[in-house]
Design a protein around this ligand. Structure first.
Ligand code: MN
Length: 178
């Protein structure tokens, strides 16, 4: 099953589906609620393009997608994805940065939280049982390629309820995980 990916910007063409997340879909994930309330809720924070090679949930298959996180901040916190664990905790994932600058924020179930900086060409192996979220720390779109198993499932609820133990903020002009 063949498709096409533009390696300059991550754009996939072929059998592709797309989802968009606006600020109004991200209520509660940013610390600065006043800054959030002052922003246009229709602002696009990120979108995800998926190559539909396999149906979600199929055992043993793979899925490929490109995530695009827009540049921007809510207060001093960078635009970021909701973040998730895999419902099947015993599953890993690859991310790689195609363009832009950003951070992959990672957290183990014991709350240990760290980040890996992303720029064009960085390759990130997300180990089993590690929650993950993307943030755009630059001025351009952050495009990230993702490869995961079609049977892993996504647990957004645990993050929605408890969040990550650290936040990525711009402090003294630099991204810092605090
Ligand atoms: Mn994942």
């Amino acid at each position: 099953m063949k498709a096409f990916i533009d390696l300059a910007n991550g754009n996939i063409s072929g059998d592709v589906s797309e989802s968009v997340r606006k600020l109004k879909d991200l209520k509660g994930i940013f610390a600065d609620e006043a800054a959030f309330a002052a922003m246009d809720p229709e602002t696009v924070a990120y979108r995800v393009q998926m190559h539909d090679a396999e149906k979600n949930g199929v055992e043993g298959g793979l899925l490929f997608g490109t995530s695009y996180v827009m540049p921007g901040k809510v207060g001093d916190e960078y635009f970021m994805t909701k973040g998730h664990y895999h419902a099947k905790r015993d599953t890993a994932e690859y991310y790689f940065c195609i363009s832009g600058k950003g951070a992959l924020i990672l957290m183990r179930e014991d709350g240990t939280c760290w980040m890996e900086e992303m720029e064009r060409g960085t390759l990130h192996y997300i180990e089993k049982s590690v929650a993950h979220r993307l943030a755009n720390t630059g001025d351009e779109v952050l495009a990230v390629g993702c490869i995961w198993g079609s049977d892993i499932g996504h647990d957004y609820e645990t993050i929605a309820k408890y969040g990550f133990t650290k936040r990525l903020k711009e402090i003294d002009g630099k991204p810092q995980l605090v």
